[in-house]
Design a protein around this ligand. Sequence first.
Ligand SMILES: NC(=O)c1ccc[n+]([C@@H]2O[C@H](COP(=O)([O-])OP(=O)(O)OC[C@H]3O[C@@H](n4cnc5c(N)ncnc54)[C@H](O)[C@@H]3O)[C@@H](O)[C@H]2O)c1
Length: 356
Amino acid sequence: MAPVRKRQPQNPSHAPGGARPAGGKGLLGRAIVTGGAGFIGSNLVDFLVGMDARVLILDNFCTGRVSNVQPALASGAELVDMDISRGQDLNRIVASFQPDAIFHFAAQVDVRDSALHPATDASSNVIGSVNVLAAAAEHEVRRLVFASTGGAIYGDAACVPTAETEPTKPISPYGLSKLSAELYAQWFHRARHLNVVTLRFGNVYGPRQDPARGAVVARFCEQAVRGAEFEIFGTGKATRDYLYVGDAVAASFQAAQRERLRYCVYNVSSGREISVHELASLITGLAGQAAGHLNVKVLDARPGEVSRSCLDISRARDDGIIGTLTALDAGITATLAWMRTSQPGRAVGSSYRRAR
Ligand SMILES: NC(=O)c1ccc[n+]([C@@H]2O[C@H](COP(=O)([O-])OP(=O)(O)OC[C@H]3O[C@@H](n4cnc5c(N)ncnc54)[C@H](O)[C@@H]3O)[C@@H](O)[C@H]2O)c1
């Protein structure tokens, strides 16, 4: 496998000068990123390549894009087009690459699809995750960072902002499958001594997020750039907290930096709760449209989505997983700028090396 060409550490994709993780290359010489052609994964890959890590991307391109990984491939990252539900292939790749760390970001991420096709969701999110964990344990990978979800795991939480100690009550197959993977991660830690950190992300947004796939910031930014009306599902009173992708990358990097003796779960988000309606107003203003000139089309609420979601991020702050966060207006400005200059590419399935 070709060595990675040296490059200056770069701010995770198009970051507006937000969070930068402290420390240099640290313990990460070689890293595998599952789901590395996706939205968050590809931003993480760029960052790791910029830190001189040797990076192998594993992705089946069901939602990932070649255009997301082209900059990293040009800088020496490697790519295998494969499905993580194929355990033997995965095991062989981990054995041959011998990563210091695995960042497990591959997943079926669509809440509505998970309700329509729960077995497909479980195949990627449960079986695929177990395969990743098993390969990491078998080949004594020193650390594994698992991208889980705060929004879908707590369900309609009694306490908002919601801490990691609150009960988990998923209301969608997606939430169930991510929680199952967390429980398997915990088992692999206890029984097989795998060093795992689980990050429960809030609503991550930023460059490379596909507006066609439903995430509200990406949709509103795309609609604002087109001058189209904002489509709001339900009353617009539902709340979320939003995390800039550069901050998600920084937290993932920090999570992989330290050896840990205990299994750790962290909420990773902004901790700032805002309604969909407030978000629409903010994006309208940042897109340069007249304040108060909100052009909204109201649609039926979508099933399986919680009414309030905001994470308590005290634990991640106290343990140094989260540092200074990118302000929402700065992150949205960067996202709008990307939306104006980018044509989202096509998802493709077979133009790169396939696992045999
Ligand atoms: N975006 C968010 O707001 C958010 C919030 C919480 C958690 N997460 C988690 O972060 C991770 C990344 O999410 P994202 O928003 O970047 O989504 P994404 O769909 O852009 O990325 C997922 C990637 O995984 C790949 N993939 C899916 N199934 C696969 C399989 N079986 N084998 C190999 N590759 C497969 C896809 O092709 C894609 O490139 C996911 O695990 C998701 O659950 C995301």
